[in-house]
Ligand binder design. Structure first.
Ligand SMILES: NC(=O)C1=CN([C@@H]2O[C@H](COP(=O)(O)OP(=O)(O)OC[C@H]3O[C@@H](n4cnc5c(N)ncnc54)[C@H](OP(=O)(O)O)[C@@H]3O)[C@@H](O)[C@H]2O)C=CC1
Ligand SMILES: O=C(CO)[C@H](O)[C@H](O)COP(=O)(O)O
Length: 477
């Protein structure tokens, strides 16, 4: 390890935790000319980073006390450790070593209520705490992530030169902004990941319908998606899908994707998004369906057993379907993606009101335009929509998207209809369409729901013809 001796107070930024993300961000900060102190509980990891990258602006130590002493004051430390108990443990160890006014940033995918609690605890000690969402994976962290910091404005001012230096640069500007106080940054990052789940599942469903329905190979699908990626559907996740579909297994020469077991993992941010949506009463059915799709995929053995008892319908397409399925899938993917982003933005809007964060949705769209996993062309009109109407109740009714959704809905319905007829599951296409249909329906059948509730449990209901009567009860016998 490079020696940290005689370097007291000489380092401008500290990174604690040299895992995938911590090491990449530390190198990114050092690339920008900041002197970086690195810490890890296994200091040999810092040696390995030095052996591979040998960055002159970065030095490391396995001693937390030495790490803190290496930093200039007020200290700026990024914690990049596993979310949950490790963050609390690190805070407990660091707090006695820090001085008033120092800033600790948690860059992991932490639960926003934990961030609120941690920010309060640090504030009471005279220390600053920032919960910062980081997106872009290893590559983004190394060369330009999208950053979503939440915490006290005066603490953000202290870290701003560093985060602005390392963030991605998009046509919309630097992909970082002060999201709001306490847990705002981590909330926004959580919703970002929820949208990520839904968008990934839409791509998986598109792949499945075209693969099973039309029998397209991985290469043919990659070619189709590559054409789409030159138009309005352009996105990082579509680009990643093309890359994945083109990869061949070195042992067998087969498309590697065909050898990957169809059981999806998850680390929890999608689940949190759905849990919070239930608490706030804001529907995010596309994200919930994507989460359930991962959960169902994990039941591999049960699915295999069920397939023997529940045969699928025959895979036969009409000539019209054969001729149009690709273009229906394109429009359905774009339109359903708009609806999933709309749900995520609506959830952020509701939480911002609930917690008084004053989050700018236009700014979130701006900082997601580069660096992050859900960066996509549609974020430009999305940003414009929220710039023109910051209190827009739902993106689907914006001037930018309502006409596009109306134009694309027929193709979307045809894609869903075909998939349903063939027995190919398309849960996010379906639930997103049902969301749109529900949202645009002046009449819903919940008059019956209310009547049922009153009939079996005297839960009362409101009359359309007598709104002034308030809640009433009837004898339904
Ligand atoms: N990977 C990604 O693409 C992204 C990850 N994130 C988030 O960033 C955070 C870090 O992720 P990532 O770098 O991928 O994870 P890694 O598993 O690569 O790194 C986690 C780091 O945390 C350290 N650590 C774990 N427990 C403790 C502890 N109790 N005390 C001290 N150090 C500890 C690990 O040390 P050790 O090796 O010794 O166990 C390791 O250095 C997570 O919250 C993750 O959700 C955010 C955006 C993208
Ligand atoms: O934060 C990220 C991107 O911004 C991670 O890549 C994402 O959390 C992966 O989540 P999961 O493992 O649940 O699919």
């Amino acid at each position: 390890m490079s020696s940290a001796a005689n370097s007291q107070g000489a380092f401008q930024f500290g990174v604690a935790g040299m895992g995938v993300m911590g090491a990449s961000i530390a190198l990114n900060v050092a690339d920008r000319g900041f002197k970086v102190a690195a810490w890890d509980r296994h200091p040999e990891k810092i040696d390995a980073i030095h052996a591979k990258h040998g960055h002159p602006e970065m030095k490391g130590t396995g001693s937390l006390a030495e790490f803190v002493q290496m930093l200039e004051r007020p200290r700026r430390i990024l914690l990049m450790v596993t979310a949950g108990a490790p963050v609390d443990s690190m805070m407990e160890q660091l707090a006695p070593l820090l001085s008033p006014g120092d800033v600790l940033i948690d860059g992991g995918n932490s639960w926003f209520l934990d961030t609120q609690r941690r920010e309060k605890a640090f504030r009471e000690k005279g220390l600053h705490f920032i919960g910062m969402g980081v997106s872009g994976g290893e590559e983004g962290a190394r060369h330009g992530p999208s950053l979503m910091p939440g915490g006290p404005a005066e603490a953000y001012a202290l870290i701003r030169p560093v985060v602005e230096a390392i963030a991605a640069r998009a046509e919309s500007g630097l992909c970082v902004t002060h999201v709001g106080p306490d847990g705002a940054g981590h909330f926004v990052k959580m919703v970002h990941n929820g949208i990520e789940y839904a968008d990934m599942q839409l791509l998986a469903e598109t792949y499945d319908v075209l693969r099973r329905g039309l029998g397209l190979s991985a290469d043919a699908l990659a070619d189709t998606f590559a054409k789409w990626n030159e138009g309005i559907a352009e996105s990082f996740l579509l680009e990643t899908t093309i890359k994945v579909l083109r990869k061949k297994d070195s042992e067998t020469g087969k498309p590697l994707v065909d050898l990957v077991l169809d059981k999806a993992g998850q680390k929890g941010t999608g689940k949190w998004t759905v849990q919070v949506s239930l608490d706030l009463g804001i529907p995010v059915p596309s994200i919930a369906a994507a989460l359930d799709a991962r959960n169902l995929s994990a039941m591999k053995e049960e699915r295999v057993a069920a397939s023997a008892k529940l045969p699928a319908p025959p895979l036969s397409l009409t000539d019209e379907e054969k001729a149009n399925l690709v273009s229906w899938a394109h429009d359905a993917l774009y339109a359903a993606r708009v609806v999933t982003y709309a749900q995520g933005m609506r959830l952020i809007q509701a939480a911002s009101k609930e917690y008084r964060w004053n989050v700018s949705l236009a700014e979130m769209a701006r900082i997601w335009r580069g660096g992050c996993i859900i960066r996509a062309k549609l974020l430009s009109p999305l940003r414009e929509a929220f710039t023109q109407q910051p209190e827009l109740p739902n993106l689907v009714v914006s001037d930018a998207f309502a006409p596009v959704l109306t134009k694309m809905a027929p193709a979307w319905r045809r894609l869903v209809g075909t998939a349903v007829r063939l027995g190919i599951p398309v849960p996010v296409f379906t639930s997103s369409l049902a969301y749109l249909d529900s949202y645009r329906s002046p009449e819903l059948p919940q008059n019956l729901t209310q009547a049922q509730r009153d009939a079996f449990g005297a839960h009362t209901y409101q009359r359309r013809d007598k709104p002034e009567a308030g809640f009433v009860h009837s004898d339904w016998s």
